[in-house]
Design a protein around this ligand. Structure first.
Ligand SMILES: Cc1cc2nc3c(=O)[nH]c(=O)nc-3n(C[C@H](O)[C@H](O)[C@H](O)COP(=O)(O)OP(=O)(O)OC[C@H]3O[C@@H](n4cnc5c(N)ncnc54)[C@H](O)[C@@H]3O)c2cc1C
Length: 350
């Protein structure tokens, strides 16, 4: 496993003369003119592979709206890596993220985070939020896709007598289901909240969203509800197709980028000019992944083309947008490296 060294644990590793910002950090790890930070206040196991990490942000943080997400940065093997995580607590509550171990950063967060650690972060963003006016709602989630919806449920259900929310949540087994006990309690306590847990292991099949029959059984009036969905790519693709066919109202939050069919291009040699590195990349490897794999210090954020934290000037060549398949680029253009692949030789100002 890569070594995860939150900021508070690397203070002793400074060997060169400290800058004023470094001294400030050693006195108060949340103080920095340059980078928003937070101190971890609790780490609570949720399932065998997921934890909720509560944190107290420093100056510059804005309270989150239910359903929003934040970029979280951690140092792994000396490189600061950024990923996006939905804030799972309700609006007005102290922020927390609920992370499921899956790859590099999530596994480091789940297995390595301790109370007192310091995380890098950016203020909350996103428009996967509750409707402005109360409406009957259907929440359709699978796996870790429950996290932004949990924030909405925690915000709405205990606080509004007129709440009318149905949650259909799919997970493999009861042991893998996030927030299971709390959801059962909420369903017991509040008549305006109904819970349908769909355990694929027990039912022997997945929730079928290619036809309306599973939804009709789980939530007969689903067509009359404002619907929200969050989960794996195929789950969301099926939900979007169904709602398009039925002309219903559906908001979707994706954790991974949409990839246009056949968008993999020719690839090419990528030159990272400032770092003085060159790598050969195929048409399905993003410029960001290619750079990181080669040890280039790349800016990154959501890794799905929504936050623009990764934009980098293109010096030469053209790139392919993995979401649309479109090939584009002129010298000087800003390129989103997380959703671009090389379309022939490319040179980047990084
Ligand atoms: C807006 C937003 C909100 C998010 N909220 C959460 C959250 O609340 N909890 C959480 O655990 N993760 C969340 N994610 C996903 C998170 O940002 C990381 O992508 C995830 O933790 C994997 O990162 P990694 O470094 O561990 O894996 P990597 O080593 O970067 O990649 C692992 C692989 O898993 C794929 N992948 C990423 N997420 C998923 C997923 N959910 N299901 C299936 N495959 C996936 C990636 O595309 C990649 O191919 C969110 C992502 C976005 C964009």
């Amino acid at each position: 496993m890569p070594s995860f060294r939150p900021l508070s644990r690397i203070a002793s590793a400074f060997t060169t003369p400290l800058t004023p910002a470094d001294y400030l950090r050693l006195v108060n790890p949340l103080s920095s003119a340059r980078q928003l930070r937070a101190v971890v206040t609790a780490v609570q196991p949720e399932t065998a592979d997921s934890v909720t990490i509560r944190f107290r942000p420093g100056k510059g943080w804005n309270p989150h709206e239910a359903g929003q997400w934040a970029r979280i940065g951690v140092e792994i093997d000396g490189v600061r890596q950024w990923r996006s995580y939905s804030l799972s607590t309700g609006a007005g509550q102290d922020p927390a993220i609920t992370v499921t171990a899956m790859g590099t950063v999530s596994t480091a967060l789940v297995r390595g985070t301790r109370v007192g650690d310091v995380l890098f972060l950016a203020p909350p963003e996103g428009d996967f939020v509750l409707p402005e006016h109360p409406r009957p709602l259907l929440m359709l989630t699978a796996g870790s896709g429950l996290t932004p919806v949990m924030s909405m449920i925690r915000t709405l259900v205990p606080r509004r007598a007129d709440a009318d929310v149905v949650l259909v949540h799919s997970s493999r087994t009861p042991e893998e289901a996030l927030f299971a006990e709390e959801l059962l309690e909420l369903a017991d306590q509040f008549p305006g909240f109904r819970l349908v847990q769909w355990f694929t292991g027990e039912r022997g099949r997945r929730l079928d969203l290619t036809t309306t029959s599973d939804l009709d059984a789980a939530c007969p009036d689903w067509r009359d509800r404002a619907s929200y969905a969050c989960g794996p790519v195929d789950f969301l693709d099926a939900a979007e197709s169904l709602w398009n066919r039925e002309e219903g109202e559906l908001r979707v939050e994706r954790f991974a980028p949409v990839v246009a069919p056949g968008s993999g291009g020719e690839g090419g040699r990528i030159t990272f000019e400032k770092t003085d590195k060159e790598v050969e990349a195929d048409g399905s490897t993003t410029l960001l992944d290619a750079g990181e794999n080669a040890g280039v210090l790349m800016s990154s954020g959501c890794r799905m083309g929504i936050c623009h934290a990764c934009v980098t000037p293109l010096l030469a060549g053209q790139v392919r947008d993995t979401r649309t398949g479109e090939v584009h680029g002129e010298p000087g253009h800003l390129i989103q490296t997380c959703v671009s692949t090389a379309a022939g030789p490319v040179s980047l100002d990084v």
